[in-house]
Ligand binder design. Sequence first.
Ligand code: 5GP
Length: 140
Amino acid sequence: MSYDANNIFAKILRGELPAVKVYEDDDAIAFMDIMPQAPGHTLVVPRAPSRNLLDAAPETLSRVMPLVQKLARAVRTAFAADGVTIMQFNEAAGGQTVYHLHFHVIPRHDGVPLSKHAGGMEKAEVLEAHAAKIRAALAS
Ligand code: 5GP
C-alpha cells in the first residue's frame, strides 16, 4: 500500500483543513482528535509522509517519539490523569482509518473506560477548551 497525499491529516499538515492544534514544530504537529475517546484525546502527527509505522523511516520515529512523550506528560498534567494511553494503528485490519502515521495520546482516569474508537464528533468549543488546558500545561 502506498502513501496517499490526499489523506485528511496531510491536508491538515498543509493547512488545507482546520484542526484544533496544541503544538507544532519542524517535525510534527499535535491536535485534538475530533472524535475523542476521552477528554484530552490528542493526535501527534509527524510531518514526514508515511502511511503508518510499517513504512515509516526510523528517523521519522526517532524524531516523533520525544514529542509523543511531551504530549503524554502535558495531557497528564492538564487533565490530572491517573495514566496515559498511547495507541497507534496499522492498516484497516489493525484499526487504522486515516492513512498518515499518527499516535493517539489519551489521558486516563482509574475505572473510566475509553469511548468507542472514532465514535462521535465532539463540539468545537469543547475541543478548544481542552486544547487550552494542554497548551497551558505545555507552557508550564
Ligand atoms: P486511526 O487512523 O488511528 O484509526 O484514527 C484516526 C483518528 O483520527 C480517529 O480517532 C478519528 O477520530 C480522528 N479523525 C478523523 N478525522 C479527523 C479530522 O478531520 N480531524 C481530526 N482532528 N481528527 C480526525
